[in-house]
Ligand binder design. Structure first.
Ligand code: SAM
Length: 213
């Protein structure tokens, strides 16, 4: 998702109290930001933040962090937070390639990846957020009992992700090729913006849950 360039977006992001400007300075001390010891769940590539905002409202005892690389998209999330602030949700503008620099060993309990960019060319495979290169980054800060939860409607990306999880030595805990018709996995499902769009077009949604051991 990339919206047209919005003049002043960078300045507005820098001034926002909901956006962490120097995330590396919180490495190993994120509880200080939230002022509690609650578990930390993150979404990488959160777009305009609908999923995380709904999740954070329903789960006040979990701390959430949304990561998005494009200012134009992140700005929408910050504006929505301004209308309805939540104490357990913050955002970061960054490319997730640097994500292991901002979280310490075992600091994150869950990683959500929703409708991640497919990067269809083979030579771009390592940019996919479920590639073995990204799984190796996640291994460095995901807690031992932590999980990665991934949803997509993209068949090729989903099959690639299943293979990468196996190749990286991760464990597959659950998988469905049709989330909305899977009574167990769909329980409590919160739709993302892309999920609403693609499922309304009739695309089945795939989901997997994986852990690092
Ligand atoms: N998760 C949202 C949803 O399901 O509605 C948005 C999905 S959109 C297709 C993917 C988002 O991931 C885009 O906003 C894109 O900018 C962001 N993204 C892709 N690669 C990223 C990366 N390496 N680091 C941070 N954000 C990334």
């Amino acid at each position: 998702m990339r919206l047209r360039n919005i003049p002043g977006a960078r300045e507005e992001i820098q001034a926002s109290p909901y956006c962490i400007q120097d995330p590396a300075s919180y490495k190993g001390r994120w509880p200080a930001l939230f002022q509690n010891q609650n578990p930390i769940h993150i979404e990488i590539g959160m777009g305009k933040g609908q999923f995380l905002m709904n999740l954070a409202k329903l789960n006040p005892d979990i701390n959430f962090i949304g990561i998005e690389k494009f200012s134009s998209v992140l700005l929408r999330a910050l504006q929505k937070m301004g209308e309805d602030p939540l104490p357990n949700l913050f955002f970061i503008r960054m490319d997730a390639e640097e994500i292991a620099e901002i979280f310490a060993y075992q600091e994150v309990k869950r990683i959500y990846l929703n409708f991640s960019d497919p990067w269809p060319k083979d030579r771009h495979a390592k940019r996919r957020l479920t590639s073995r290169q990204f799984l190796e980054r996640y291994r460095r800060f995901l807690s031992e009992d932590g999980t990665v939860e991934f949803k997509t409607d993209n068949d090729g990306l989903f099959e690639f992700s299943l293979l990468e999880i196996e190749a990286a030595g991760w464990k597959l805990n659950a998988v469905t090729f049709d989330l909305h018709n899977d009574t167990e996995l769909n329980q409590g499902n919160i739709m993302t913006e892309y999920e609403e769009r693609f499922s309304s077009q009739g695309n089945p949604i795939h989901k997997l849950i994986a852990s690092r051991i």
